[in-house]
Design a protein around this ligand. Structure first.
Ligand SMILES: Nc1ncnc2c1ncn2[C@@H]1O[C@H](COP(=O)(O)OP(=O)(O)O)[C@@H](O)[C@H]1O
Ligand SMILES: [Mg+2]
Length: 333
């Protein structure tokens, strides 16, 4: 909960074509009233996109309903509320989340986790726009926009009988699929800068660390990146974050990457400061990708003493790709 207020910027950061497309769609969808189904691995920004869609709409409350936490008998009262005396401990009337969302957006997070009995009740709310609080004889009304998110393959869940088909059709009107971070690494520099601004204190990232972060796959996506930067800022008083400040999963990855051929130091060397480059350029938080690539190539060629075949091998690219890039960056032996 560090710096909660600053952290709660609901801005979608990144400049990849995929993210720009999501932003464009979110703006468009905000103006409509269709249910939206957000698909994507955990940490890809589904909730943030839901908020962005909501923000582009007419307003009202934004209520998150975490379906993965809905277990036991209390969940029905969470969703629909209850009247005083409905069950032991119900000392007062309670307004449920469905009613709180009236006039705004209900965001059903991890909808794939919703138990079947509640799926039936939710379907009814979506169809009739009415529900009954636990212990109440009276029907109440709530009208809201529906956005649902899941990291599961809902169609498969339907096939397996774990998700109601009618509810699936109801939710799956417009689908937006969020790419994992590893498929849009162009977003990394801006995201790193963004989180350093939120959590850091003038912190920047060393070239070597940035190189590692760029090649890591981020299985936990943007959430993992955010946690990683929080971790590094917490353990390092700064101003420059180095490789050794990285959390263990990155360090393990770094070790694994280095292990197979002792040669791969070239990769590290590619990002590390050396005599020919101005030192301060390595403490800028972000290097343009093209510049990183250019430096990586120059360092690989230096390391292999100009052996292009070996350099291409170390860089993990084909020989023709290397030749093309040499031309592109105007690098000569
Ligand atoms: N494009 C982005 N720009 C800025 N922050 C992001 C972006 N995508 C995700 N985040 C942040 O990463 C974390 C995880 O995002 P979240 O929306 O909760 O993911 P999901 O719901 O898909 O698991 C949140 O703190 C969110 O603010
Ligand atoms: Mg989420």
């Amino acid at each position: 909960m560090i710096q909660e207020s600053k952290a709660r910027s609901y801005e979608l950061v990144g400049q990849s074509a995929r993210l720009r497309n999501v932003l464009r769609l979110a703006a468009k969808l905000g103006r409509g009233h269709w249910p939206v189904l957000l698909l994507g691995e955990t940490g890809t920004g589904k909730e943030l996109v839901a908020r962005t869609i909501h923000r582009n709409g007419p307003g009202g409350p934004f209520v998150t309903i975490d379906c993965s936490s809905m277990v036991g008998t209390l969940m029905e009262s969470e969703l629909f509320g209850h009247v005083k005396g409905a069950f032991t401990g119900a000392n007062a009337n309670k307004i449920g989340l469905i009613e709180q969302a009236n006039g705004g957006t209900a965001f059903f997070d991890e909808i794939g986790e919703l138990p079947l009995d509640l799926q039936a009740k939710l379907l009814r709310v979506l169809q009739e726009k009415e529900f009954r609080p636990v212990g109440s004889l009276q029907v109440r009304k709530s009208s809201f926009r529906v956005i649902a998110a899941t990291n599961r393959d809902l169609a498969k869940e339907v096939e397996k009988g774990r998700f109601r088909q009618d509810l699936y059709y109801r939710l799956n009107v417009v689908t937006l699929r969020l790419s994992p971070l590893r498929d849009r690494k162009e977003d990394l520099p801006a995201l790193i800068r963004h989180f350093l601004e939120i959590y850091g204190n003038g912190h920047t990232v060393s070239g070597e660390l940035l190189g590692l972060m760029m090649s890591y796959d981020w299985p936990g996506n943007v959430r993992e990146l955010e946690n990683c930067i929080q971790h590094m800022v917490a353990v390092n008083s700064g101003p420059v974050l180095h490789l050794q400040d990285a959390p263990s999963q990155l360090l393990h990855y770094h070790e694994r990457r280095r292990a197979p051929q002792g040669l791969v130091q070239a990769a590290a060397a590619a990002a590390a400061p050396n005599g020919d480059e101005p030192e301060e350029s390595f403490v800028t938080p972000v290097l343009p990708l093209a510049e990183m690539e250019r430096r990586a190539i120059i360092n690989a060629l230096r390391y292999t003493k100009g052996d292009r075949v070996m350099a291409a091998h170390l860089l993990g690219i084909g020989r023709t790709t290397l030749y093309r890039k040499l031309k592109e960056y105007g690098i000569r032996d």
